[in-house]
Write a protein that binds this ligand. Structure first.
Ligand SMILES: C[N+](C)(C)CCCC[C@H](N)C(=O)O
Ligand SMILES: O=C(O)CCC(=O)C(=O)O
Ligand SMILES: [Fe+2]
Length: 418
């Protein structure tokens, strides 16, 4: 039956749909296939068909079969009284919607679905909008496209550094930089004037500086001015920073302003690549690392600096709805006493942690770079671990942390998926 014949639905239900409406008034929430019928907008080739069920509408459009709960449909009404298109905010009070609401009339034309609600309110939904926003349309998509790498993969990809002027002055330069950053979790800008001020200008081009106990923009040398090994000449094994914050800093920026001496190379390891290897070899260990909460701690009493920070969370943080890894918290220096785990789990946790560490330490996963004045490095601190080789001589690094949401904001404004 073609929908054009169903235009009457907006007023008086015609023969074929009365069943549904009667079904509702009888309080039935489900309909058998025999009762529910498909209604087509046009010959099958133009492909839009719908069917009402007890609590949802089923729509077949653009080769997708979609189900929309009636409450969801009412909640997503984009009419002027339900939604403010200027602010992109909902004005409808969802709590005022009857949870067993049901449209009293349905109509579909080539581009739009029209629903009339019991109080007479009419909602229009673009069919394309429904495809884009239905669960069925979304579930194929990953949240964040990315390329997991080891040293070989990263080198082969020949990811270019972006020139400072192009980064600061053109959208293309900035976009290229951000695309690299989102895919690999690291990105470089070159030909930067080696000062703290110029580094700050770079940072502020993509995000807001996250002020922490280390300040906004920081300088550091091996003067032990703060109670942390970073402020020495010692080697630092791979780690992520600020694991002792409830929300570890999203991005770290490093710019080496001076080094007169030897050593001091920077080590970078893709934590997600290593975690992926663990997932393949030992899914139960991956799961344990994603479930067992740990504490990380920063206790400082040096000079005037008195701090006690604690962050709690698992090593591998995954979204509960699709198991996608989004944050790795790995810092063996700052890991606190483990007292959040029952004794019979502790041993299995250490085994899982060892498996991950083994992957993180594989030489083929290590990318070594020597940071030089003029070359700024941005690191996704939720994904890529950094470390450094011991060094001699005077070495001065400057940098800052950035808020993650604001980097993603900039990326989206340039049309990137983030
Ligand atoms: C980067 N900056 C030198 C300011 C701070 C270093 C913080 C080091 C700390 N152990 C951590 O991993 O979080
Ligand atoms: O000195 C370096 O290259 C890095 C030290 C470090 O890990 C840090 O500051 O977070
Ligand atoms: Fe660090």
């Amino acid at each position: 039956m073609w929908c054009r014949r169903l235009a009457c639905l907006l007023s008086v239900p015609c023969q074929h749909t009365r069943h549904h409406l009667l079904g509702l008034s009888c309080g039935r929430r489900t309909f058998t296939a025999a009762v529910a019928r498909w209604h087509h907008t046009a010959p099958e080739s133009l492909s839009c068909a719908w069917q009402l069920h007890g609590d949802h509408l089923e729509l077949r459009y653009a080769n997708t079969l979609m189900r929309f709960d009636f409450v969801w449909l009412r909640d997503h009404c984009r009419s002027a009284s339900c939604y403010n298109a200027k602010t992109n905010q909902r004005s409808l009070d969802t709590a005022s919607v009857d949870l067993s609401i049901r449209p009293k009339a349905v109509r579909v034309d080539e581009t739009t679905l029209f629903l009339t609600w019991p109080d007479g309110h009419v909602t229009r939904y673009g069919l394309q909008w429904l495809v884009k926003n239905s669960y069925e349309g979304q579930k194929q998509q990953v949240m964040h496209p990315r390329i997991l790498w080891n040293a070989e993969i990263y080198r082969q990809a020949q990811v270019p550094s972006v020139d400072c002027r192009s980064f600061l002055e053109t959208d293309e330069g900035l976009k290229e930089f951000l695309q690299n950053f989102l895919l690999y979790g690291i990105a470089f800008v070159e030909n930067v004037t080696p000062t703290k001020e110029d580094t700050q200008i770079l940072a502020e081009r993509i995000s807001l500086i996250r002020e922490t106990i280390y300040g906004r923009m920081w300088y550091f040398t091996s003067d032990f001015s703060r109670g942390d090994t970073a402020y020495t000449k010692l080697a630092l094994d791979r780690h992520t920073d600020t694991t002792y914050f409830q929300e570890p800093c999203g991005i770290q920026v490093f710019h080496c302003l001076k080094h007169e001496g030897t050593g001091g190379r920077t080590l970078l390891v893709d934590g997600f690549y290593a975690a992926e290897q663990v997932l393949r070899q030992a899914p139960d260990q991956f799961e344990l690392l994603s479930k067992v909460p740990l504490k990380h701690e920063y206790i400082e009493n040096v000079g005037d600096c008195h701090n006690h920070m604690i962050g709690v969370g698992p090593v591998l943080n995954v979204y509960p709805w699709n198991n996608e890894l989004y944050l790795i918290r790995y810092n063996n220096y700052d890991r606190a006493v483990i007292n959040t785990v029952p004794y019979d789990v502790v041993n299995r946790w250490y085994t899982a942690h060892r498996t991950l560490t083994t992957e993180l330490r594989r030489p083929e996963n290590e990318l070594w770079v020597k940071l030089k004045p003029g070359k700024a490095l941005f690191i996704d601190n939720w994904r890529v671990l950094h470390g450094r080789e011991a060094f001699t001589g005077y070495r001065q690094l400057c940098g800052c942390y950035l808020t993650r949401d604001d980097v993603l904001n900039t990326a989206r404004l340039l049309g990137l998926q983030a």
